[in-house]
Design a protein around this ligand. Structure first.
Ligand code: DX5
Ligand code: ZN
Length: 216
């Protein structure tokens, strides 16, 4: 799956950019929610998620980079998020928060920063519907991919296969046509991309090119 990260879209023309994502064959829209606390940046909240919901039928994937995410899970689910992910570091009670996301009818994701011990994913995998592996430090679009994350994805994939747990591995940060195939070979099944999709002249063509880079 390819999930364009709207963080790099033109916020003044969001509906148009979303239509271009749909034309390009995007599978899901990734929405980065930042609070200026867990990460240095501030983005947008539930009203924008609801606005995006009103112009697209694509699944919405809300990546919560906020402290105390349990306070907002229900609001984001009501705004239209079908996938909701939380960072290990923001959850005092990770199991409870994942269960809360599921109880709101959304798919629950656990997010690991580039150096968060992989054991967190192993422990959470049985209680989550997907794992989001950060390949940059969260907070900004357009950063460079951290190569060591590739081996982490491979280790996670191997572990999930051994345990017979079939959940998507999503990778987020610095994904582009040059590393997409390696990421998929390592085990990633959802590619999030911001700069690589919204940079250049054609959003739709960038998505097509990203898919072609994986499928050959
Ligand atoms: C970073 C965000 C990413 C970001 C990805 O904190 O979680 O979703 O928008 O953007 P690129 O693909 O430009 O690294
Ligand atoms: Zn993200």
């Amino acid at each position: 799956m390819i999930a364009p990260s709207l963080l790099s879209a033109n916020f003044a023309m969001l509906a148009e950019d979303i239509r271009a994502c749909e034309r390009g064959g995007a599978d899901m829209l990734h929405l980065d929610i930042m609070d200026g606390r867990f990460v240095p940046n501030i983005t947008f909240g539930p009203p924008i998620v609801a606005a995006v919901r009103s112009v697209s039928l694509l699944p919405l994937d809300c990546h919560l980079m906020i402290v105390e995410p349990e306070r907002y899970v229900e609001t984001f689910a009501q705004a239209g998020a079908q996938w909701i992910s939380v960072h290990v570091e923001t959850c005092q009670h990770l199991h409870r928060t994942l269960a809360l996301i599921r109880s709101c009818g959304a798919r629950a994701g656990v997010v690991l920063n580039p150096l968060t011990p992989l054991e967190y994913a192993f422990e959470a995998a049985g209680h989550a519907d997907f794992v989001l592996m950060m390949s940059v430090n969260p907070g900004f679009g357009g950063q460079e991919f951290i190569p060591s994350v590739l081996a982490r994805i491979e280790r996670l994939r191997t572990w999930l296969e051994r345990e017979r747990i079939e959940i998507p591995i999503e990778v987020d940060g610095g994904v582009h046509h040059g590393n997409a195939a390696a990421l998929v070979n390592a085990g990633a099944t959802v590619l999030v991309a911001g700069a690589a999709i919204f940079g250049g002249s054609s959003i739709a063509e960038n998505i097509t090119a990203l898919r072609a880079a994986v499928l050959g």
